[in-house]
Ligand binder design. Structure first.
Ligand code: ATP
Length: 523
């Protein structure tokens, strides 16, 4: 169990913040509150409402059959021991009357067999329903995951370059991973609801057998829940420690591996190994502690359950002996139901704890998908077939951080069509900045860029960028064939056009000398 929980948080790669809301606040905000993240989860669930409704309906039916299996089992045992609890059958109303009528006409052996078969059938139906509910829930959570991952990636691409460039690469990739937390959140939410419904079904059977014993059992379960609560809290704290150690380990290792050239140059191999070893050690200690804590829980549950059953048996002989609701069969069924109920309580507790722990990541995903606080590139509407006259910079200024450090200030110049212009200047003079402005990767803070007299921002950005050919000073090569790398500039280009472009760029000859020519994988 501890494993499952720590693995779930480990996967999401980020611990919930210390001020995360409690489960109650969380569920309240999901159902009626208006916090942005809760709205996001509700919106996501609403998009899959049909599948969600199917999961809930199937879970409800599975819980119903789970309860009825136990009920029929109780009746079968009563038939066998000849101690029929008439009161409990009467509680079933018309169904009970029919049962009594049928029971009086059949001999005990046949009745027992029929009831046992009925219990087995009911359990089989429950298992089938539970399977369908889990399959629907898996479909729901995987769809949510795929859908959100696509949305997050599209969100990255649709943001202005100037905005997205401010994020750290590691942070962006973490967002894509953290989407898993939202899908885990939805599936845990549905599982917690199913567990709650199954518990209600069990409690209904317990009450049906004996309300007095149910009260005693309720008190025992309460003690059990309170006893495990402290452990759960420690597990949760430990899980956060584990995530912290894991994150520190991977970020330090990535950083040191990224600078491995310097590590070798300055003889810092031992230093690097020790730095990562410390994080690994922290992770090992946290993981070990978590596993030990998790091992205590089943031992504690089983001991409490054994003591509970003893207490129940002692009280039951007094409680049940008093009225005609009491029988050995009912007592056996009661204990059986209780035994099945207790693990469900623990499972539900776990699911609630997982919901709570994944909330931090859910908030992160909700945050990145927000549109009101992001900057998007606004395309102009004017078509741009080709340059007719000239490109003009008129009093253009830009500071990358939006502050006082200007990369270019009051820049004015014109480049007529058909001429060649070279920008010459020392490093940092602003040459690349001019290209960035021309590509509209950044827009000027003041001044205007005019294309044939039309402000650049009024042109359709696709047309404009499509008309620019760029040879970067720091070319980026994808891990793909040479052919596909060239095709990136024009996705519709044929192989002949690609080779023609390479010829124009004087690259055709050396590409052909590569082991597989244009089909050599590079990058
Ligand atoms: P080089 O010849 O070295 O490529 P450059 O003339 O192209 O230099 P730019 O890259 O345009 O110069 O840089 C102009 C100024 O803007 C420099 O002070 C540089 O540090 C700063 N700068 C460039 N890119 C960014 C950025 N993304 N964020 C913040 N400042 C930047």
């Amino acid at each position: 169990m501890g494993d499952e929980r720590t693995a779930a948080i480990g996967h999401t790669g980020r611990a919930a913040p210390a001020d995360r809301p409690g489960v109650r606040r969380l569920l309240r905000s999901l159902t009626g509150g208006d916090t942005r993240s809760a709205r996001f989860v509700r919106g996501t669930l609403w998009r899959y409402r049909r599948l969600g409704a199917a999961v809930l309906a199937l879970s409800f039916l599975a819980a119903l059959f789970e309860g009825s299996t136990m009920g029929v089992f109780a009746l079968a045992l009563e038939t066998l021991t000849g101690e029929e609890g008439k009161q409990s059958v009467a509680a079933l109303g018309r169904v009970g009357e029919l049962f009594v009528e049928w029971r009086s006409g059949a001999d005990a052996d046949t009745a027992f067999l029929v009831l046992i078969v009925a219990a087995v059938v009911s359990q089989l139906v429950k298992s089938a329903l539970e399977f369908w509910s889990k399959a629907a829930s898996a479909r729901l959570s995987t769809s949510v995951e795929g859908d959100l991952r696509n949305r997050v990636f599209r969100q990255f691409l649709s943001m202005r370059y100037a905005r997205i460039a401010r994020y750290k690469l590691g942070d962006l990739s973490a967002y894509l991973t953290q989407v898993g937390a939202v899908s885990a959140f939805t599936s845990n939410l549905f599982q917690a609801i199913y567990q709650a419904m199954a518990q209600l079904a069990y409690v209904a059977v317990l009450l049906w057998i004996s309300w007095k014993m149910t009260l005693v059992a309720g008190a025992l379960v309460l003690i059990l829940v309170l006893a495990t609560r402290g452990l759960m809290t420690r597990l949760r704290i430990n899980s956060r420690r584990l995530v912290k150690a894991g994150t520190a380990m991977s970020s330090n290792a990535l950083e040191l591996l990224g600078g491995v050239r310097h590590v070798h140059t300055y003889n810092r191999e031992d230093f690097a190994a020790e730095r990562v070893a410390k994080d690994i050690g922290d992770g090992v200690a946290a993981r070990r502690h978590g596993l030990v804590l998790a091992a205590i829980i089943p031992a504690m549950m089983q001991s409490t359950a054994a003591i509970g059953v003893a207490v129940l048996l002692v009280t039951a002989t007094r409680v049940m002996g008093a009225g005609d609701e009491g029988s050995l069969a009912a007592l056996l069924t009661f204990v059986l139901v209780l035994y099945r109920l207790i693990p469900r309580i623990t499972t539900m507790n776990n699911k609630l704890a997982l919901l709570e722990m994944s909330w931090g990541n859910v908030e992160r995903v909700a945050d990145i998908l927000r549109r009101d606080d992001k900057e998007y590139l606004q395309s102009g509407s004017k078509r741009f077939p080709a340059l007719r006259e000239c490109i003009e910079f008129r009093d253009v200024s830009l500071a990358y951080d939006g502050g006082d450090t200007m990369a270019v200030r009051g820049l004015s110049f014109a480049v007529p069509r058909g001429t060649m212009t070279a920008l010459v200047g020392p490093s940092g003079a602003g040459k690349s900045t001019i290209v960035n402005l021309l590509l509209r990767l950044y827009d000027p803070m003041s001044g205007t860029i005019l294309i044939d007299g039309t402000p650049l921002c009024d042109l359709r950005i696709r047309d404009w960028r499509g008309s620019i050919g760029l040879v970067d000073q720091d070319p980026f090569i994808f891990h793909d064939t040479v052919r596909e790398n060239i095709r990136f500039g024009n996705l519709d280009a044929t192989s002949a056009e690609i080779e023609e472009a390479a010829r124009v760029a004087a690259a055709d000859a050396f590409i052909r000398e590569l082991p597989r020519g244009y089909d050599t994988v590079v990058g």
